[in-house]
Ligand binder design. Structure first.
Ligand SMILES: [Zn+2]
Length: 157
């Protein structure tokens, strides 16, 4: 279900608070600091980046706070986990527009570019339906070499 594009941070905040309440948890100062930090980050970031940002808002936020808050942020749709098959996962704060995304990942510098790929969602559904299957999830990731890295490291002949 597509969310309205105008979803502001207040709506996100109440969505997060009610999700936490449903889980029988409290919206502690630390949890809300992690939420605020996620709202303040743009592009792809790691759990460590989130920790650094959240610590700047509330010094009592610990690494454990972050790792306990991540499933809450993911579950409430505030952030999305992007696994590019590395040791560390990346996270992306949702803009409020729910479209299927594909990722282009530079193999060399790990730069990640998110692209809208609504056709992929349709394609996945169509292909699955042909085989009488109902899709649960799908992802499209293209590993590539970015322009900057191509200049830095010429491809072997
Ligand atoms: Zn690169």
């Amino acid at each position: 279900m597509p969310k309205p594009a105008t979803q502001d941070s207040n709506e996100q905040s109440s969505a997060f608070r009610s999700f936490i309440a449903e889980k029988g948890l409290r919206a502690t100062r630390q949890r809300m600091a992690v939420f605020e930090a996620a709202q303040g980050l743009t592009g792809h970031y790691t759990a460590e980046d989130l920790l650094k940002k959240a610590k700047g808002l509330d010094r009592t936020v610990s690494r454990a706070t972050i790792y306990r808050a991540l499933p809450l942020l993911k579950g409430s749709g505030i952030i999305r986990e992007v696994d590019v098959g590395r040791d560390h996962k990346y996270y992306l704060t949702e803009s409020g527009i729910a479209t299927f995304r594909a990722q282009l990942i530079c193999e060399s510098c790990e730069e990640i570019i998110e692209v809208d790929a609504p056709f992929m969602e349709w394609y996945g559904k169509a292909v699955a339906a042909k085989h009488g299957m109902r899709p649960i999830s799908q992802k499209l990731q293209v590993t590539a070499i970015c322009e900057r890295c191509q200049k830095r490291k010429p491809l072997r002949p």
